[in-house]
Design a protein around this ligand. Structure first.
Ligand SMILES: [Ca+2]
Length: 169
């Protein structure tokens, strides 16, 4: 069963509070998005994007750029691109005021983006935590800390109070 359409390159998906599906996707050049997924929703690609084509020779080009009119709006987007990957939700315990927040991995920016959303899924606070590596995947461990995989071949745990490298190469 098709749930939704018009996604470009979704790489992260999370069930927020185990109720609402959120997905992160790459835009073309800019226009990276986080969307609340609604059944039957159309998220615009390849018709609209806040990003731009890479070049006039792109195989698929958005029909309209710099707008998302006519399609479901992302809850947040990035121009220029940050290259988003996995999206997770932090547990309440152990994360202080960031409990229940969203965390997004990025490739290009080499940061984790921590985001608080309100009940309407508006991003009300956002911080970037520099990881110094391209972050590919994220997992919340049973002890509540966050585990990141990196393109350099490292696993990094992140807790509210510490950042620690574990080299697996
Ligand atoms: Ca879109």
């Amino acid at each position: 069963m098709k749930v939704s359409q018009g996604h470009r390159n979704p790489q992260g998906i999370v069930s927020f509070d185990k109720k609402v599906l959120l997905a992160a996707e790459h835009g073309p050049r800019g226009g990276d998005e986080i969307n609340v997924i609604k059944e039957g929703g159309d998220y615009g690609w390849p018709f609209v994007s806040y990003g731009q084509p890479y070049s006039s020779g792109d195989y698929v080009k958005p029909s309209k750029t710099g707008t998302h009119e006519g399609y479901l709006e992302p809850i947040t987007y990035w121009v220029p691109s940050i290259a988003p990957t996995e999206l997770v939700q932090l547990p309440v315990a152990g994360w202080g005021s960031w409990g229940r927040a969203l965390v997004l991995g990025t490739l290009r920016e080499e940061v984790l983006v921590f985001m608080k959303v309100n009940e309407k899924f508006e991003v009300v606070e956002s911080v970037r935590v520099d990881m110094g590596e391209r972050i590919r995947d994220l997992e919340v461990l049973s002890n509540g800390s966050l585990l990141a995989t990196t393109d350099a071949g490292n696993l990094i745990t992140v807790s509210n109070s510490q950042v620690r490298n574990i080299y697996i190469k």
